[in-house]
Design a protein around this ligand. Structure first.
Ligand code: COA
Length: 256
């Protein structure tokens, strides 16, 4: 693995940093594979009591690398992006995220599987999927209406506009706002508090909190199936090409 993902251990804390700042920490296939392996190893190691996710360069992540979507579309559950989503959705290890800058696409949906999210008030979150002719993933079509109510979920996914870290706290997607200068020290402080607790009790508590897991798993599967179909659609090709060519997509002639 290149240095695009920096994984380190600090006592009982597993620290995972997205480190591709020139691309806003967009996640590549190799990054997904390495994060998934780190989560799997943590699941089998009671010595890891908490996982901390954050990004380099003042940003969390802009989600899946769009060039990768074109070159290696995730067509089934074995795709690295989908394996990562299933793994973070099912882990019993508590997960903390510290977000600033952009947290877009899976950068937003993965937060729905974190247990404590610190966000700068001006962080930029977005569920941009329909703008790319794609579908919300990571169980978000189940979790968002369930936790935010239908109206808010529809606004966030159909209008698909950016919203702030301050709004994320108001909505309950993030736990607490912290200014950028204090973000990592506060995240480490929360991680240290969790890491001092008995690991088996932590994991069993999280397991009990996730009583809806089967429904989340089913949503992830169905989203993945439809997502795979959409990826090769003419409207998705237009959206991706427009992004790569830095122009506005034109969906005006795509009637089905
Ligand atoms: N995949 C690939 N490249 C990405 C990327 C992504 N998800 N997000 C950003 N980048 C690249 C940009 O193409 C740009 O590359 P360049 O310098 O070679 O031109 C670089 O990262 C910086 O991004 P830029 O767009 O200039 O930054 P910004 O602050 O103006 O905007 C975003 C940031 C995240 C709002 C914008 O880049 C964006 O909308 N990215 C797509 C996010 C997305 O839709 N992700 C979900 C995929 S399902």
């Amino acid at each position: 693995m290149s240095d695009e993902l920096i994984i380190s251990r600090n006592g009982h804390i597993l620290d995972i940093q997205f480190n591709r700042p020139t691309k806003k920490n967009a996640l590549t296939l190799d990054m997904y594979k390495a994060i998934t392996s780190a989560f799997e190893a943590a699941e089998d190691d009671l010595d890891v009591r908490v996982i901390l996710l954050h990004g380099a360069g003042g940003t969390f992540t802009s989600g899946n690398d769009i060039g990768d979507f074109l070159a290696n579309p995730p067509m089934d559950e074995s795709a690295p992006a989908l394996r990562f989503i299933s793994t973070i959705a099912r882990t019993h290890v508590p997960v903390i995220a510290a977000i600033e800058g952009v947290a877009v696409g899976v950068g937003s949906t993965m937060l729905l599987h974190c247990d404590y999210v610190l966000a700068t008030p001006d962080a930029r979150l977005q569920f941009p999927f329909v703008n790319l002719a794609l579908l919300p993933e990571a169980g978000s079509t189940y979790l968002l209406p369930r936790h935010l109510g239908y109206t808010k979920a529809a606004e966030l996914t159909l209008l698909a506009e950016e919203f702030s870290g301050a709004k994320a706290v108001e909505l309950g997607i993030a736990s607490r706002n912290v200014e950028a200068a204090d973000l990592m020290s506060e995240a480490m402080a929360v991680a240290a508090k969790i890491a001092a607790k008995p690991p088996q009790a932590l994991r069993l508590t999280k397991k009990l909190l996730k009583s809806e897991q089967a429904k989340v798993d089913a949503a992830i599967l169905e989203e993945g199936r439809l997502f795979g179909q959409q990826l090769t659609s003419p409207e998705a090709r237009e959206a991706f090409s427009a992004f790569m060519e830095k122009r506005k997509p034109d969906f005006s002639n795509l009637a089905g």
